[in-house]
Design a protein around this ligand. Structure first.
Ligand SMILES: [Zn+2]
Length: 142
C-alpha cells in the first residue's frame, strides 16, 4: 500500500522495511524487535502496540513523504541520498565507472562519474538524474 513512499524514503537514505498488510502480526513483532517505526494507512493495525506507529492519512505519496519527513525530522542530506537501494533496502556499493560501461545507457555513462550498485539486485544507481528528480519532488512538497 505504501510502496512508493517506501522507495522514496530509501532513496533519502532511510532504512525502510516493507511488509504486506496481511502480515500484521509480523509487522508489530518486527517493530518491537528491531525498534522500527510502523508506517501504515491501516486504522486496525494502528491500534496495535508497536515500538512506534504513525498512521498516514493521505493516499498521495507526496503528502505522505512530507508528513513523515516532518514528524521524524528526516534530513535531506546529499551525503545520505543514494546510499541505499530503493528496491531492496541494501546499502549500495560504489563502483568504478568502467565496471558499469555495458550496463547503463551510453549518455548516462558519458555524463556521470559517480556510480553505485546494489549487492542484492545489482541495480545500478547514478546520482545526477535521480538527484534532480528528488529535488523536484522535494520542492513540490514545500
Ligand atoms: Zn537492490
Amino acid at each position: 500500500m505504501l510502496g512508493r513512499l517506501c522507495r522514496w524514503l530509501r532513496l533519502l537514505g532511510e532504512d525502510v522495511s516493507y511488509c504486506r498488510e496481511s502480515e500484521g502480526g509480523e509487522i508489530i513483532y518486527r517493530s518491537l524487535k528491531e525498534r522500527r517505526v510502523v508506517l501504515t494507512r491501516n486504522t486496525k493495525l494502528s491500534k496495535k502496540r508497536a515500538f512506534d506507529l504513525f498512521l498516514l492519512e493521505s493516499q498521495d505519496f507526496r503528502k505522505q513523504l512530507k508528513s513523515v519527513i516532518q514528524k521524524y525530522g528526516i534530513s535531506i542530506d546529499s551525503e545520505k541520498i543514494f546510499t541505499r537501494c530503493s528496491e531492496c533496502n541494501r546499502l549500495l556499493i560504489g563502483v568504478d565507472k568502467k565496471e558499469v560501461k555495458n550496463s547503463v545507457p551510453e549518455y548516462v555513462y558519458c555524463s556521470h562519474e559517480d556510480f553505485s550498485v546494489c549487492p542484492a539486485c545489482k541495480k545500478i544507481f547514478w546520482k545526477g538524474t535521480h538527484k534532480s528528480l528528488i529535488g523536484k519532488v522535494l520542492d513540490s512538497l514545500k
